[in-house]
Ligand binder design. Sequence first.
Ligand code: GLN
Length: 196
Amino acid sequence: MLALQGAVDKHIQMLSKLNIPCLAVKHREELGRIDAIIIPGGESTTIGKLLIRFSLFDPLSNLIAHGLPVFGTCAGLILLAKKITGFDQPSFKLLDITVARNAYGPQIESFEADISIPHLGEKAFRAVFIRAPIITEIAAHTEVLAGFEGNPVLIRQGNILASSFHPELTNDERIHRYFAHNLVGEHLKELAYKKN
Ligand code: GLN
């Protein structure tokens, strides 16, 4: 769990509910001790600056580029995006999407909506959007797991999972479980296979 700024605690609570051990990463050395990382919501410009200041930006970018599973929520999604419309700010540029920040309109700071995520069963997921970005462009190889009003809001590209909403702010842990079972599970299996 990247813990430089933003909505960290609720993610940690959700992981502990799922019995998934978690480390709050603030220093470069800690990157050697993780099997996956969550980049939380918050302020993407601030998190980006702090990543650089704490010498985490390049090593983390390298790890993700080489397969470390990552789940970016809201600002975390922005930090993974290849293109950010109208802003010159650091991002890993590993997720083939274009995002527009705060794009649901400044007057609607936040809202909730029921979205359908077919991979996670029939029950709708209550998605909490807080000054959320809109994904305006997406590459063909990036899978859309859920959409809202015609835009993707939950997507997967290989080892990268990203949501424009805050899945940690509900009691529904299905997306965190999906991340752990699928992306992290696949990664650990591959590592074990390479070792043998
Ligand atoms: N508006 C924030 C940004 O652009 C993201 C908001 C959030 O993470 N909830 O970085």
